[in-house]
Design a protein around this ligand. Sequence first.
Ligand SMILES: O=P(O)(O)OC[C@H]1O[C@](O)(CO)[C@@H](O)[C@@H]1O
Ligand SMILES: [Fe+2]
Length: 189
Amino acid sequence: MEYKNPLGVDIDLETGVIPGAKKLVRRLSDLKGYFVDEKAYEELLKENPVVYEVYAIEQEEKDGDLNFATTVLYPGKVGREFFFTKGHYHSKADRAEIYYGIKGRGGMLLQTPEGKAEWIEMKPGTVVYVPPYWAHRTVNTGDEPFIFLAVYPADAGHDYGSIAEKGFSKLVVEENGEVKLVDNPKWKE
Ligand SMILES: O=P(O)(O)OC[C@H]1O[C@](O)(CO)[C@@H](O)[C@@H]1O
Ligand SMILES: [Fe+2]
């Protein structure tokens, strides 16, 4: 029987970097059509800031194996919408996921395929259980990088389709200095 080698790796708790991980960078230009305020999007696109970076250690997409990744989600807004990750369902829809807050302030927006949304605030030490079938997006509501770890089935996959098309049923915005969940005007049942 051939066994894979165990791995121990230290996450840099200040920067979120995982040594030896695959790095993925998402700039504002990778998020075209995701933010509601298109005018504000076009304006900020002139700087095309990095919105988030992912450091992932991923296995072959086999049932029963696990991936883990840190995401460094930078502070910022497009109009009144806080910076967020694209958000996705899993290609194998019944795969769950665990998130763990490492640094900064933010939260997770989750939603069922029917559009029922939940918001879970996250700070260092928060563990979030993402149940099977729920789409999930992380949002930086603070003014420093929001860093978290995610552990997910190696065969979960990422289904971006319907979120890229319709977004989530709720937006996470700043209103009078508060974090508010408001209905997404673009959301069509
Ligand atoms: O894939 P998204 O929605 O852009 O999120 C960024 C990353 O966050 C994770 O959910 C966990 O780090 C990755 O699976 C994903 O690629
Ligand atoms: Fe996921």
